[in-house]
Design a binder for this molecule. Structure first.
Ligand SMILES: [Zn+2]
Length: 238
């Protein structure tokens, strides 16, 4: 398991301290209401709630020089939530300048104009530590089966997506599709679910995500803010 606590307890507070100097007020991570009715925890929210910030420590590291589609999708996921929060200033902060350049290039004209994407370079020692954390997470990912597209979760380290998944095959999973705005609950052993890894022809992770696994189906049905239906394949009797 990657040392994500370093990001949460060292890197994110440092970014918040920079925001505090710039906007001259305290920042804290905070759960904010979304215009869609639900809520979401953002990494840095100003005391007056006028500035809402998502922080991504994503680095440009990839295995084999491939375009880091999963990492880009995770940032778009943060932007998606920023579009649903009401605040005059909404920013996605990317702490790795190289990744920032890549992200800006590949998402050209895809980001709403009222959401800012800004680079904020970490102190060199801190960046080295982040690189080590990310490399470790990436190694863990590569040890997993190749069938799974990286599925990102808000507020989690990008490369860490599947590394934290339980290996047991019980309970229920909730999948939500951001594009068509629905959610489906599957049994963990459903062929469409495959314990949260999806099927071979699984929907691309840029359009949706596996939220989590749940012991009780009632909890799984309530996990998404979108209209939620049980899967017709594995849960037809409900
Ligand atoms: Zn199913």
């Amino acid at each position: 398991m990657a040392n994500t606590s370093y990001l949460r307890y060292t890197v994110e507070p440092w970014v918040r301290s920079q925001l505090e100097m710039r906007f001259e007020q305290p920042f804290a991570s905070r759960v904010m209401p979304l215009s869609s009715g639900g809520s979401h925890e953002f990494d840095a929210v100003s005391l007056d709630h006028n500035v809402v910030v998502a922080i991504k420590t994503t680095t440009g590291l990839t295995s084999g020089g491939k375009r880091p589609a999963g990492k880009i999708a995770a940032c778009l996921n943060d932007i998606y939530f920023l579009t649903l929060v009401e605040a005059p200033t909404r920013i996605l902060v990317l702490t790795n300048p190289k990744f920032y350049e890549l992200f800006i290039r590949v998402t050209k004209d895809q980001i709403p104009s009222d959401i800012r994407v800004e680079p904020l370079a970490l102190p060199p020692e801190m960046q080295l530590e982040v690189d080590a954390v990310m490399r470790h997470a990436s190694d863990e990912m590569n040890q997993k089966a190749e069938v799974s597209p990286p599925v990102s979760e808000p507020n989690s380290v990008v490369a860490d997506g599947s590394a934290t998944r339980p290996v047991t095959m019980g309970g229920y999973w909730t999948y939500e599709n951001h594009v068509h705005r629905y959610a489906r609950v599957h049994k963990a052993d459903c062929s469409h679910c495959n314990n949260g890894r999806g099927s071979h022809n699984a929907t691309d992770s840029t359009v949706g995500r596996w939220i989590d696994s749940f012991e009780k189906i009632d909890d799984a049905m309530k996990a998404s803010n979108y209209p939620t239906e049980p899967c017709g394949h594995c849960l037809p009797s409900i």
